[in-house]
Design a protein around this ligand. Sequence first.
Ligand code: LMR
Length: 345
Amino acid sequence: MINMESEKKIRIGIFWLVCVLVVLSLGGCSSRARDMEQVSKEERIVIRFSHVVAESTPKGRAAKRFALLVNERTNGRVEVQVYPNSRLYKDGEEFKALLEGNVQLIAPATAKLTEWFPEWALFDLPFLFESYEEVHRAMDGEIGRRLSDLLLKRNMMALAMWDNGFKQVSANRPLLWPQDFASLTFRIMPSKVLEAQFAQLGAKTVAMPFNEVYSALESGMVDGAENPPSNMLTKKFYEVQSHLTISNHGYLGYVVLTNRQFWESLPEDIRKVLEDTLREVTQWEREIAAQENEKDLELIKKSGKIQVHYLTEEQKKAWKEALQPVYRQMEEFIGKDLIEMARKL
Ligand code: LMR
């Protein structure tokens, strides 16, 4: 039977035990707080990462993952803030913001570099790549190096190349044969190759920012658009289009860009953490991109809101033949040697 005296001792014991636990946990918090606290606001490096797509896309997920890992691995010395959905800067504003130091990372589609760097339009050529492997051979090889070097001239650095995927094309009528495109108007990214691609099919184009595509399709300002399923699903393009053709006629990929001066001004240890983490996230992003697009295409089909057409071999052959002249038309713009290098891949 526990007497009063020992009960009192037990209570006092429990009281002190709780005190110790509280102090320890506060100590723990304070060490984390101390990390953040230790890292004064002045010391903390804030990296603003702006992009135009939804968070649940390959690029959106990779940007979030990068932010999480960097914040963790630098114990708060670096804070990566991600701004998706054109929330901070939309297409056409990102480059200026990067060069003026208002953002430190952007990841535009390669097509959006072509106004300044026509050589990057290589990635827009129709049916140039048949698989992600072929694209990666170009990106990670001599072609990628040559294209990245061009960016340095404008104080930008290519840190990584991420995938979205192969483009499909939608409109409000079935697009099965090349002649089905005649007299329609398509939204494109600002690329001379994409303009030539649709012109070769007898269609007109309007280059516009990504965040304006849905309303342009809904209002009928344009009749159709091309994008991988992950963008079509997350931006609900399938709700305002009645037909989708699975053509894999082009590739959509990204360059993770930074401002050269900013990057070179970073402490070496920090730059190493960022580069190592980016390499890791790039590999992860490339693994999930294909899966994400397959999954999103299934969700688009399940919606029952759009009719999905798969090209027959004969139809695909007709598209390739119809689009072949684009290569010759774009030789001077892109550079004949680059096109040859890519074809050999
Ligand atoms: C587009 O403008 O269609 C795409 O580049 C958007 C994106 O970043 O995937």
